[in-house]
Write a protein that binds this ligand. Structure first.
Ligand code: DQA
Length: 145
């Protein structure tokens, strides 16, 4: 299994930004956790973070034919970006949407996710565990093919 993990804007500020919502662990703590999980499970993983919507679109496009699964936390672009939805549809790779916080219990503007209709699953409110749960889910999908 080869996974691409994509993180959107401001997730590089984890540990600093709104710790009462996102916790005090850093972005480096997150990438270390994802890499350790992948290593133990024997998966390959590439992790990308960008604050720029176009870079995220380019990253998804470049994944075409190269990955078995995408785990994506588009952060604020979740609630605004048709371009990310279209990019995911274009490459056709099984995808799980992840949010660290429970967006369903937050502001109205966070209730819309443009990518959700494409995603096989959404995991929200499980903190950093959501990312490893997403990888395990995608591996299960692949195994049941
Ligand atoms: C987030 C939730 C989004 O609403 C927010 O814009 C983020 C992070 C999360 O992981 O909980 O930046 O995607």
């Amino acid at each position: 299994m080869k996974f691409l993990v994509i993180n959107g804007p401001n997730l590089n500020m984890l540990g600093i930004r709104e710790p009462h919502i996102y916790g005090s662990a850093t972005y480096k703590n997150l990438t270390d956790k994802i890499e350790a999980f992948a290593r133990e499970a024997g998966y390959e993983v590439e992790i990308v973070q960008s604050n720029h919507e176009g870079v995220l679109v380019d990253t998804i496009q470049a994944a075409y034919g190269r990955f078995d699964g995408i785990v994506i936390n588009p952060a604020a672009y979740t609630h605004t970006s048709v371009a990310l939805l279209d990019a995911l549809k274009a490459v056709g790779i099984p995808t799980v949407e992840v949010h660290i916080s429970d967006v369903s219990k937050r502001e109205d503007f966070r209730q819309i996710s443009y990518i959700r209709p494409y995603c096989a699953k959404t995991i929200a409110g499980h903190g950093f565990d959501g990312y490893t749960e997403a990888m395990a889910f995608l591996a299960g999908l692949e195994a049941s093919k």
